[in-house]
Write a protein that binds this ligand. Structure first.
Ligand code: SAM
Length: 247
């Protein structure tokens, strides 16, 4: 497969994305730590701190962690709620979910999570069935982002929270050049060293560059029906937290 610069049809894009995460599933967590020097953990902690899941209530606090992969966000949410939140980790890729389910057996509250294979563009969940929808480093991979956003809106209850953590576009002079060099010369070779293949990481770099900037992505979130939309840059906007409410 060639990810190259050429445009791929949307149907093909999902196939390529699936190949990438199939190939890296077993080394995925290690690669995240290596490539971000552990910083992805801080961004994920900040996302869950923003969500501030309740620790008690009259009924379960239900969260859908979409494109949840190996369960990093779910584990943090459940721990932050001290075992109160119930998180459905959903992902299109069974290999990522398998690694997640294996990891979850060693969590503090393994009974609070379930794993469901699904495409973010067409969710198998009822309208209004979640209190919060989270998606971390996932939406960039979805071919039709507008569909994923409107599905997020549909499955949330009124008053429900939408939070999306995603790579964004560096907005600090100097850091942008450094980041560009690291992306081109650092990431693909690192990927080859650890997984034996640079191509999935070439895809990673390209998908980050193609992702809409914060203003445009905020407009897309609004177009899906969300209100009180926020954008919080992390690390010079290398990553960004986007939030909204279904009101
Ligand atoms: N949320 C996890 C994290 O932050 O570590 C995993 C993020 S990983 C970079 C991206 C995930 O998106 C992969 O597990 C991939 O299978 C999933 N994905 C890609 N396309 C998807 C789709 N259309 N629907 C659901 N998940 C998708």
């Amino acid at each position: 497969t060639h990810f190259g610069e050429r445009e791929v049809a949307l149907e093909d894009k999902q196939g390529l994305v699936n190949d990438v995460f199939h190939a890296v599933a077993d080394r995925y967590d290690l690669m995240n730590d290596l490539m971000s020097a552990g910083v992805h953990r801080i961004w994920k902690d900040a996302m869950v701190a923003r969500l501030a899941p309740p620790r008690t209530g009259t009924r379960p606090y239900r969260v859908l962690d979409m494109a949840g992969g190996t369960g990093d966000i779910a584990e943090r949410i459940i721990n932050a709620s001290v075992g109160y939140a119930e998180v459905v980790v959903s992902d299109i890729n069974t290999d990522m979910l398998r690694v997640g389910a294996e990891r979850a057996r060693k969590w503090r509250f393994p009974g609070q999570v379930s794993f469901v294979e699904a495409n973010a563009e067409a969710l198998p969940f009822e309208d209004g069935s979640f209190d919060a929808y989270t998606i971390a480093f996932g939406i960039r991979n979805v071919p039709r982002i507008d569909r994923a956003l409107s599905e997020a809106h549909r499955v949330l209850r009124r008053g429900g929270r939408f939070l999306c953590l995603e790579f964004s576009h560096v907005d600090v002079p100097g850091l942008d050049a450094l980041y560009r060099t690291f992306s081109d010369r650092g990431i693909p070779p690192m990927g080859r060293m650890v997984t034996g293949d640079a191509q999935p990481y070439q895809y990673l770099v390209e998908s980050i560059r193609k992702f809409p900037d914060p203003a445009r992505f905020s407009q897309m979130i609004a177009a899906a029906g969300f209100r009180r939309i926020t954008h919080t840059p992390f690390s010079g906007n290398i990553a960004a937290l986007h939030g909204g409410w279904k009101l």
